[in-house]
Design a protein around this ligand. Structure first.
Ligand code: ADP
Ligand code: ZN
Length: 211
């Protein structure tokens, strides 16, 4: 299974991607997580993307496509993957199409999880993530022990790019550049749209039924 997941901030892409990765035994590849990890490491990639990520702007396409291409070449991605947060604009969608062609592969589905703006803001501004493994929580749904990750024991914190101004900027970019990809994938007969306002379990059921 080769799947991309699109949706506005706070739609639950990461959560659903984790469920799908478990169910199908394929890696969950989130460009945002890769960039945040690189920033924490302070490596070359991290230095290149830091200013963009912190301002809520897109990292340049060429660099992003290169990072994704290298990740998809890893052994664990040989039999499938779930891409979360990529592609985010037409140039990236076309880049992915070219990558697939050069590897003799095809994208199975583009999953769009939709939520209205108020839900998006509420979820994103209350969001907390594990610094270590990326598991997500919410102010209203914290881990069992005071901000210690249930899964790995890492520290659970607010993302530095989840301030209101940055979230609004990312939402603007989403509507302007990412949302048009719905038409792109619809025209190619790959689109699966799911309402993301229900509970995570319910949304997951609908996705699995749709796939
Ligand atoms: P969200 O979906 O909540 O905005 P992500 O973790 O997907 O969060 O992305 C965080 C940041 O990482 C983005 O605001 C952007 O700066 C950068 N980023 C992630 N994926 C991409 C991408 N495909 N192209 C360009 N920049 C990206
Ligand atoms: Zn964790």
């Amino acid at each position: 299974m080769r799947l991309v997941i699109l949706g506005p901030q706070g739609a639950g892409k990461g959560t659903q991607a984790e469920y799908l990765a478990d169910k199908y035994g394929i890696p969950h590849i989130a460009t945002g997580d890769m960039f945040r990890w690189a920033i924490r490491q302070g490596d070359e990639l991290g230095r290149a993307v830091k200013d963009y990520v912190e301002a809520g702007r897109l990292v340049p396409d060429e660099l992003t496509i290169r990072v994704v291409s290298e990740r998809l070449d890893a052994d664990d991605a040989a039999s499938g993957w779930i891409l979360d947060g990529f592609p985010r604009n037409l140039a990236q969608a076309e880049g992915l199409e070219r990558l697939m062609r050069s590897k003799g592969r095809e994208l199975d589905r583009a999953l769009v999880i939709d939520v209205p703006e108020d839900v998006s803001l509420r979820r994103t501004l209350g969001r907390r993530v594990c610094e270590n493994c990326g598991a997500t929580y919410h102010e209203d749904r914290p881990p069992r022990n005071d901000w210690v990750c249930d899964r790995c024991g890492g520290r659970v914190v607010a993302r530095s790019d989840d301030s209101e101004a940055t979230v609004r900027e990312r939402l603007r970019t989403y509507h302007e550049q990412t949302e048009p990809l719905k038409d792109y994938y619809r025209e190619r007969g790959r689109l699966l749209e799911v309402d993301g306002t229900a509970s995570p379990e319910e949304v997951f059921e609908r996705i699995v039924a749709g796939l």
